[in-house]
Write a protein that binds this ligand. Structure first.
Ligand SMILES: *Cc1c(COP(=O)(O)O)cnc(C)c1O
Length: 418
């Protein structure tokens, strides 16, 4: 199996491992499989979620240097449940049982274990730099903590991340260091870019959501979940996916192309709507983001859109395969309250975008809303709406109990390497 760039200028091909270590293709494009493989005949649901996910990943690593390690990587990375909240076919897929209680744990952990194996083989060391304004940094820090041959530097803007998010960024020791930068998120990103451009520094890498190693696991849980759903109801589900950078949704499109039993895929956006506008006008215009209650989806220029355009190049084919709807903050609040009043089920603001879209636009009786984060991560928004406290998941609680350690620094990247 070989991978190419979405820009495919050179015609050069890469192995999965090369793509994982490089992050971005040399021509600036994103890595995609040369052609999407089928689900292998050995695929089975009888050995649990992680094993089914492993099976669906096998074709992408055929002939790769990680082929023999893939089973162990999957067993370690996907070490938590992937359950449905069942509701007569209108179910919710809860992707938030990883250590930082959001779906990004799947990708970050798979990437960390894969990189560790590759670096062990090469006997090399890498430092991962992450600038974060919230969730991504926590998932990456947690995933890479304790992995050998790897260290992580997390940069976040002082006074601009929520208290609980800050705890997830600073509760680490060992190979993870946190830097509280006297500046904005843009300053943090600029420091990372400058460090990458400094030729005196070597062995730096990133763990961006565009990395193939973060995307492939998101394909894998859709193959698993859609197959479980089909087994349970005998029907193919419509998947409604809360989306920002559309990495999660791209995983679902790859799963469907592999033959997973998915009827269709619907994107739920917040007030940031470059994709819904594209569907309406046929003209794609990236833009600045606006702030919403579903802040992990505050994206005006989705980084994974190139991968969707590679699958559906014309406006016509895009429209035939992609549906997307935008949800306002007012609707997010209303939906969280409505779902709680109807059934006692508590959802986060991102999941609420998905639920609103299902209620208003999905007519099919068999559907799955993808729940991207545990509602306790957004207690300041959710608790006043439902009028009660939400229990914090144990893993999140454990991270929050750890002593916080962050170095306060001026926005100068040299200070990261003192
Ligand atoms: C990252 C994130 C999203 C958006 O996922 P994309 O892959 O960027 O579309 C949605 N919800 C939560 C909670 C997230 O952390």
């Amino acid at each position: 199996m070989r991978f190419i760039s979405t820009r495919a200028k050179s015609g050069e091909t890469f192995s999965a491992s090369e793509a994982i270590l490089k992050g971005l293709a040399p021509d600036g494009g994103l890595f995609i499989p040369e052609s999407i493989p089928s689900i292998p005949e050995t695929f089975t649901l009888t050995k649990g979620a992680w094993y089914a996910m492993y099976q669906s990943l096998i074709p992408y690593f055929r002939g790769d240097e990680l082929e023999a390690d893939l089973e162990e990587i999957c067993r370690n990375a996907f070490s938590f449940p992937v359950p449905f909240h069942s509701d007569n076919g209108r179910d919710t897929l809860e992707l938030y049982f990883g250590p930082t209680a959001a779906f990004k744990d799947f990708g970050a952990r798979f990437l960390a274990y894969s990189m560790e194996k590759l670096l062990e083989k090469r006997n090399e060391e890498i430092t991962i730099l992450v600038a974060t304004s919230g969730d991504t940094g926590g998932a990456v820090a947690s995933a890479f903590h304790g992995r050998s041959h790897l260290s992580v530097k997390v940069l976040f803007p002082k006074g601009r991340v929520a208290k609980r998010q800050r705890m997830q960024l600073t509760g680490w020791d060992g190979n993870v260091s946190s830097y509280e930068v006297e500046g904005t998120f843009d300053d943090c990103q600029k420091m990372v870019k400058e460090a990458f451009m400094d030729s005196a520094l070597s062995g730096l890498s990133s763990a961006n959501s565009i990395n193939l190693g973060r995307l492939l696991p998101q394909m894998a849980y859709y193959v698993y979940a859609s197959s479980i759903y089909k087994l349970k109801y005998g029907e193919e589900a419509v998947f409604v996916i809360p989306s920002g950078n559309v990495g999660n949704a791209t995983g679902a499109y790859w799963a469907k192309a592999m033959g997973a039993p998915i009827k269709r895929i619907v994107l739920a956006a917040n007030a940031n709507k470059p994709i819904t506008d594209y569907l309406e006008t046929g003209e794609y215009r990236p833009r600045a983001s606006v702030m919403t209650l579903a802040n992990a989806m505050d994206v005006g220029a989705p980084s994974n859109i190139e991968r969707l355009f590679a699958m559906f190049p014309s406006a016509e084919s895009f429209r035939a395969n992609v549906s997307a709807y935008s949800v306002s903050d007012e609707e997010i609040r209303r939906t969280i309250k409505e779902v709680y009043d109807e059934s006692g089920y508590v959802i986060c603001p991102h999941t609420a975008c998905g639920e609103r879209v299902r209620k208003d636009y999905v007519e099919e009786p068999f559907s799955v809303v993808v729940s991207t984060a545990h509602p306790a991560k957004f207690s300041d928004i959710v608790e006043p709406l439902i009028g009660r406290e939400i229990a914090i998941p144990k893993t999140l609680y454990e991270i929050m109990q750890k002593p916080s350690s962050a170095k306060e620094i001026a926005p100068d990247y040299h200070l990261l390497f003192d």
